[in-house]
Design a protein around this ligand. Structure first.
Ligand code: G6P
Length: 511
């Protein structure tokens, strides 16, 4: 029975994410308060929270700080406390030192530490308990992302009445890589506590289903996974076709090729590509002050013919080094010249407690220093490197100022920057260079798709983008715009929640 709720009966729609939907801010007069987070996820879910009785469970971002639940606008917020040890072992450790690199194709080496996983389990349990306390009877709960993969099963144990969805915002690795994880069975069992598991790409969903089939031995029929109700045992009614070593438990499991009638729960695993709040960005792109700011930015850069732009969290998955290498070689061989062209790289600070991020920062700063020293002139920068985050208004002005957007991620669940750039282009100009290793590449087929590991291909694409004739550029951009206008983040949330409602027969959450 839910307790601790404002209305005594609990909340009908509960979102659970590592981060809460609000940030703590200090006002000019020194007072402090909460401000809604700017990201697309919060923007998409806030209206659903307003129209149903909605709550958001998440960490409020500070260490060793225990806060009571509170209301903000129409949202009820349930802060989950993390100690500094939790932050070190659950957040920086298992989430961002093990899962993040493993799920992004081991671009960096994942570290496996048993005490990190113990912290992950402990913190996931805490999230599940906070959620169980505030969810109404038969509520819909939507758990978000890789930091909370054990929550669905933990929550189902505590509250079998709930409808549970899970969405993985990052890639799900191929079975061969996932198999490295010493706690692979715990993670699969955790996720299979959900009724619907959403992924960014069809290939992520299929990687997950294959891991479940290979590792757990469960029968998989298209997108549906048959989870035996006695879920420690594989489906005994089915023909035995093979054994897999189950390292997580030290036993062998049978791989099923047919369902066992009546004894399985059905779980669907399928792609639901996330998007952006397109309407907000197109509205900002029409604002006079933002248009003026975009012109000012070009002037501040010395009015080059072509502005190239990169916008990323400072993360080794984003291929910032590959992009800079290609740019540097184009300056070196004279294909591009300073004064004609300038590269603006926004790299917002991220996860600085994790060593691989600190090393990356040093490396990028060295490269920027070298390019600047070698190619800047007194009047024109070759590169502008900005290690900051900016409000969305400034980002839209930057997108509008940029002739070419460079998205060169080595692996990325979706990459929303690519979609934001497209949404911010008012005239149908501007060229998007996009890595095929992003989820966005599945939808933005008219971008210049590249393999960022191939420096020569990347260089050729940058040159092609800077010289593309305007008919070609506008035909492509028009096509891309149609994509992001018709598939925005509200549609993503509605598609997921409608499907969850259909699968479980529970009333779907409506905006
Ligand atoms: C990615 C993850 C999110 C995460 C965000 C920022 O987009 O999918 O879950 O919130 O990065 O990272 P941070 O570690 O600062 O929350």
């Amino acid at each position: 029975v839910p307790e601790n709720t404002e209305n005594g009966n609990g909340y009908d729609f509960v979102v659970v994410a590592n981060r809460l939907a609000v940030n703590h801010v200090t006002n000019e007069d020194g007072t402090t308060g909460w401000e809604r987070s700017p990201g697309g996820l919060v923007t998409a879910l806030a209206p659903l929270m307003e129209s149903s009785e909605g709550a958001w469970v998440g960490w409020h971002g500070a260490a060793d700080d225990v806060l009571e639940p509170f209301d903000h606008g129409d949202m009820h917020l349930v802060p989950v406390p993390l100690s500094s040890d939790d932050i070190e072992d659950y957040y920086e450790g298992f989430s961002n030192g093990t899962l993040w690199p493993l799920y992004h194709d081991v671009i960096a080496r994942p570290d496996f530490h048993r005490h990190w996983f113990e912290a992950y389990r402990r913190v996931n349990q805490r999230f599940a308990e906070h959620t169980a306390q505030v969810a109404a009877h038969k509520a819909t709960v939507w758990v978000q992302d890789y930091q909370l993969q054990l929550v669905p099963a933990m929550l189902r144990d505590l509250r079998p009445d709930l409808t549970i969805g899970f969405f993985n915002h990052i890639p799900f690795p191929p079975p061969g890589l996932f198999a490295q994880l010493p706690w692979r069975h715990s993670v699969l069992r955790g996720l299979l506590g959900a009724d619907l598991i959403g992924f960014q790409r069809a290939s992520d969903a299929s990687n997950f289903r294959r891991a479940v089939h290979n590792r757990m031995g469960y029968y998989v029929e298209d997108e549906l996974i048959h989870v035996p109700l006695q879920s420690n045992a594989p489906d005994h009614g089915s023909p035995l076709v093979g054994f897999n070593a189950d390292a997580d438990r030290g036993t062998a499991v049978r791989v099923s090729t047919a369902p066992a009638a009546g004894v399985a729960r059905l779980v669907e695993a399928k792609e639901f590509p996330i998007s952006i709040d397109t309407a907000t960005i197109t509205a900002l792109a029409k604002r006079e002050d933002i248009i003026a700011r975009s012109q000012e930015i070009r002037e501040e850069l010395g009015n080059p013919k072509t502005v190239l732009l990169g916008v990323d969290r400072l993360d080794y998955t984003k291929g910032i080094r590959h992009r800079m290498k290609a740019y540097e070689e184009l300056l070196q061989n004279g294909s591009l010249s300073v004064g004609q062209v300038c590269l603006v790289q926004v790299a917002s600070p991220s996860r600085e407690g994790v060593e691989s991020y600190r090393l990356l920062k040093e490396e990028i700063e060295q490269t920027v220093g070298r390019i600047s020293g070698e190619y800047d002139t007194l009047s024109h920068p070759a590169i502008r490197y900005l290690h900051h985050s900016y409000p969305i208004e400034e980002m839209v002005a930057l997108y509008m100022a940029a002739d070419v957007m460079l998205v060169t991620a080595l692996r990325d669940g979706m990459n929303l920057v690519a979609k934001e750039y497209v949404a911010a282009r008012r005239g149908d100009d501007g060229v998007l260079v996009l890595s095929e290793f992003t989820g966005a590449a599945d939808q933005l087929r008219q971008a210049l798709l590249i393999n960022p590991h191939d420096v020569d291909e990347l260089k050729a694409a940058i040159l092609r983008a800077t010289t593309m004739d305007s008919d070609d550029a506008s035909a492509r951009m028009e096509n891309l715009r149609r994509q992001v206008v018709h598939h925005d983040v509200r549609r993503w949330a509605t598609d997921f929640l409608d499907r969850l409602g259909e699968l479980t027969g529970s009333p779907s959450v409506k905006g």
